[in-house]
Each structure stands twice: as structure tokens, then as C-alpha cells.
Design a protein around this ligand. Structure first.
Ligand SMILES: NC(=O)c1ccc[n+]([C@@H]2O[C@H](COP(=O)([O-])OP(=O)(O)OC[C@H]3O[C@@H](n4cnc5c(N)ncnc54)[C@H](O)[C@@H]3O)[C@@H](O)[C@H]2O)c1
Length: 261
């Protein structure tokens, strides 16, 4: 695939109505892509589409028929896609394993694990047919280590494995598949969670190397890069976008991250 190719460049973003999703839609529009904004919250998808000159479409990635219908709609309205950002996810608040709600467990596995797999197979089909395309999944730094996100964390770890599986299975068919793993990112939903006292941004900032949390547009920049021709030799990777949170893990044993020297 070449940025100079005469073919229109068409991208789909699931979870496009949310914080990181909207930032991704904005970045892809700036990069010249036509974009389909897909979300369970069709009102949010429509508002994002209106703001950025994109196409809105309802999707429930927890439902196989809905994914197929959305993929058909995008192909009919815009044409065959050559980029997919699989951003949609069911989020979770911290709790102990013994307090896990079994219904929420099922929902998170159905949406984040099965839903991401089905999203990749349905939206990857036109890429396989044309032997060109790029996919970015969205994991999380919780995929790399233990956290109190009992269902969410394991599904994000599975997305890393799934990303590598697709990258190898589809690599010689001209399709790259990579994963971006955000650390705590200041989306409107996360800011609302801070305001409700469910999470404490100051505690999270202490765990970062850079002394600040991530902005949604910084995650979108990584997604836009991996979808672009600038990343043409990159496939099967996990890219943390976390202000250095993963890197600080052992520093608490030595008194924490040092202040500026
Ligand atoms: N914000 C963070 O701190 C953070 C950290 C690590 C990973 N992530 C990941 O980044 C991605 C985006 O999260 P965000 O922070 O923008 O959250 P968000 O809640 O703002 O956006 C998530 C979007 O997904 C949509 N969605 C939920 N279930 C869906 C379904 N079944 N089908 C289709 N759409 C559905 C929601 O309607 C929402 O618009 C997610 O994969 C999340 O796990 C976020």
C-alpha cells in the first residue's frame, strides 16, 4: 500500500464515539483518510462524524450479526477499507477477584475478546481480498502485569496474543497488525471517573516516568503512525503509550520515581 496510491484510503474506527476513538478519527481525517465512526452509542458516533466529516454507523462488537452488518454498511457507503482501528472495549472498575460480577465477566469477555476477534475477521475480509491493509488493536498496560481489573486485564492480555496471531497469519497477504497499549489516558470518561473518586490521578501520575498522564491524541498519534505507510515494515508489535508507567515498576522498591535533577 502506498500513500501515493490513487485508490481512496478508507478507514474504520470502532469505539469511535469515545475519547481515544474520537482522537483517532481526528488524526486519520488529518492524514487524509475517509473514516467510518462505529460505536455502540450511535449518538456519540454521529456527533464525532459530524465534527470530523466522517460517516457514522451503529455497531455492537458483542454481537456477531451487528459486526457483519456494520462491515457491509461501510463497504457499501464508502468502499473497501484498508485500515482498521479496533478501539471499542468494555471498561471495568477495580475490585477483588471474589467480588467479580459474573454477568460483567461475560460481557467483558464477549466484547473485548470475542468482539475484537470478530471485528478483525469481518473488517479484515476486504483487506484479505485486496491483499492490502493495516490493523491496530488497542490493548492496555494492564495486559503486561497484574492489576485489580479482574476481567478487563486478561482480555487485554489476550488481545496482544491475538494481534501477533493475525500479524503472522495475514502478513504474507499484505496486512499488518499491531497493538497500541495505552496507560491511564485523560479521556472525558476517565476524567469523569476521577471526579466521582473512583480513580486518583495523583496516585497514577506518581507511577509515570514523565510525571503526567497520557492525552487521547497521543494514543491516536501512535495508532495513526502504525496505520500509515511510515510503519510499512512493522507488524506484530505491542507499543505502550503510557508516559513510561511500565518502565517505573521496580522504582517503588527504591523509594519511587526521582524528581527532576
Ligand atoms: N482511557 C484509558 O485510560 C485507557 C487505558 C488503557 C486502555 N484503554 C483502551 O482504549 C480504548 C478506548 O478507551 P477510551 O478510554 O477512549 O474509553 P471510552 O469509554 O471513552 O470509549 C470506548 C468506546 O467504546 C464504545 N463501546 C463500548 N462497548 C462497545 C460495543 N460493545 N460495541 C461497540 N462500541 C462499544 C463506547 O460506547 C465508547 O464510545 C479501549 O480499548 C480501552 O480499553 C484506555
Amino acid at each position: 500500500m502506498s500513500d501515493n496510491d490513487a485508490m481512496p484510503r478508507i478507514a474504520a474506527v470502532t469505539g469511535g464515539g469515545g475519547g481515544i476513538g474520537e482522537a483517532t478519527v481526528r488524526r486519520l481525517r488529518e492524514d487524509g483518510w475517509q473514516v467510518a465512526v462505529l460505536d455502540l452509542d450511535v449518538g456519540a458516533a454521529q456527533r464525532v462524524a459530524d465534527r470530523h466529516g466522517a460517516l457514522a454507523c451503529a455497531i455492537d462488537i458483542g454481537d456477531a450479526a451487528s459486526i457483519e452488518a456494520a462491515a457491509d454498511f461501510v463497504a457499501r457507503e464508502l468502499g473497501p477499507i484498508s485500515a482498521l482501528a479496533a478501539v471499542a472495549a468494555h471498561l471495568e472498575n477495580p475490585h477483588a477477584p471474589q467480588d467479580q460480577d459474573p454477568g460483567e465477566w461475560d460481557d467483558i469477555v464477549r466484547v473485548n475478546l470475542t468482539g475484537t476477534f470478530r471485528t478483525l475477521t469481518a473488517f479484515g475480509a476486504p483487506m484479505l481480498a485486496r491483499r492490502r491493509g493495516s490493523i491496530v488493536t488497542v490493548g492496555s498496560i494492564t495486559a503486561f502485569n497484574s492489576s485489580p481489573l479482574q476481567a478487563y486485564g486478561p482480555t487485554k492480555a489476550a488481545i496482544l496474543n491475538m494481534t501477533r496471531n493475525f500479524a503472522v497469519a495475514w502478513g504474507r497477504s499484505g496486512i499488518r497488525v499491531n497493538c497500541v497499549c495505552p496507560g491511564p489516558t485523560r479521556t472525558p470518561a476517565v476524567e469523569a471517573s476521577y471526579a466521582r473518586g473512583e480513580r486518583n490521578p495523583d496516585v497514577m501520575i506518581r507511577q509515570t516516568a514523565l510525571g503526567r498522564l497520557v492525552k487521547p491524541e497521543e494514543v491516536a498519534d501512535a495508532i495513526g503512525f502504525l496505520l500509515s505507510d511510515a510503519a510499512n515494515a512493522i507488524t506484530g508489535i505491542e507499543l505502550p503509550v503510557d508516559s513510561g508507567t511500565l518502565a517505573t515498576q521496580l522504582w517503588s522498591l527504591y523509594g519511587g520515581v526521582p524528581e527532576a535533577g
